[in-house]
Write a new protein. Structure first.
Length: 314
């Protein structure tokens, strides 16, 4: 004998509970961090998105050109004339808050034989000021200063190499960098003898990447660097030319918004002809969305069980 079918006692509240779970976890789940690519294929991107900071007396600016970059597209040209040996920086106007989240900064560059065999050639940096009255400006590696105590900075990239006779070695690079904590500057790099080096080829494309990872105690960053060959279409080799992981950290870079910037010298001093595909890619922390999915699966399993039991009792 057929009996009237009545909803299980769990079926009606289940929809309400499920919606509540979805809404609650949607509110708790952070929006995915956005990666940003600057490919310089849009006219005016360098001027619109970056602020130039030349050293005193350096009037030869980096410029954006429509052809010559990866896939013969737009790129930054670092000046191919005789130029000035003064350092030069471009600061991204849009800051980002990394906090205790890993993130990656990278770029492609094209090489030509350089005349400056030592010192810094091209670096990627992050920095901030703890005092709004003392806006942050990228600091050159070296013995300059004094610097505002509010300035915090970490910059890493490529420098030249000397041989045992203290003579610069053409087309050979090593990792190079500096850290600024509360206005105190410290240079650091692998040992000049025995540290990783790479010999670059005239006209070759290369990929420089910095991976920033907070320490377990979240009291600063550990940075892993890699330099790899790249094709002129942007395909990066799986085997890096050299790698290095630094233990230098700056705890105050985990606080507040960071400014991303590039700093270097004009070609041919640096050997960096041009730059393309600057990538700022914060990596989001694991989402709690899987918890919502698990909770909903459990609720629907319960609903199915109750429905099955109702059918058996019919």
């Amino acid at each position: 004998m057929d009996h009237p079918s009545f909803p299980s006692a769990f079926q009606c509240p289940l929809a309400v509970v499920a919606c509540g779970v979805v809404a609650a976890f949607a509110a708790l789940t952070p929006a995915p961090a956005q990666a940003q690519l600057y490919d310089f294929n849009t006219p005016g991107q360098l001027v619109d998105d970056f602020t130039r900071v030349p050293d005193s007396g350096n009037t030869l600016y980096w410029t954006q050109q429509a052809t010559g970059g990866l896939n013969n597209s737009g790129w930054i040209v670092t000046n191919t004339g005789s130029g000035s040996n003064a350092r030069y920086s471009e600061i991204l106007d849009q800051g980002f808050a990394a906090g205790a989240t890993p993130f990656t900064l990278s770029l492609h560059f094209k090489w030509q034989p350089n005349t400056l065999f030592v010192g810094d050639l091209l670096e990627i940096g992050i920095g901030r000021s703890t005092d709004p009255q003392a806006p942050f400006t990228p600091v050159s590696p070296g013995s300059g200063g004094p610097y505002p105590a509010a300035w915090q900075e970490l910059q890493l990239g490529l420098g030249g190499v000397r041989d045992s006779a203290n003579v610069g070695i053409p087309n050979t690079v090593r990792f190079y960098g500096s850290v600024l904590v509360d206005g105190v500057l410290t240079n650091f790099n692998p040992p000049s003898s025995g540290g990783p080096t790479a010999t670059l080829v005239d006209g070759g494309w290369y990929f420089l990447k910095l991976d920033f990872a907070p320490t377990a105690a979240e009291d600063g960053y550990i940075v892993s660097l890699s330099l790899s060959q790249s094709s002129n279409t942007g395909v990066v080799s799986d085997d890096p030319l050299m790698t290095w992981t630094t233990t230098q950290i700056n705890p105050k870079l985990l606080e507040g918004d960071l400014q991303f910037y590039l700093t270097g010298r004009n070609a041919p001093w640096s050997g960096i002809v041009g730059i393309d595909n600057i990538h700022v890619s914060p990596i989001p922390e694991p989402s709690v969305a899987w918890l919502a999915g698990g909770a909903l699966l459990a609720l629907f399993a319960l609903q199915r069980r109750q429905t099955t039991n109702t059918g058996v009792n019919s």
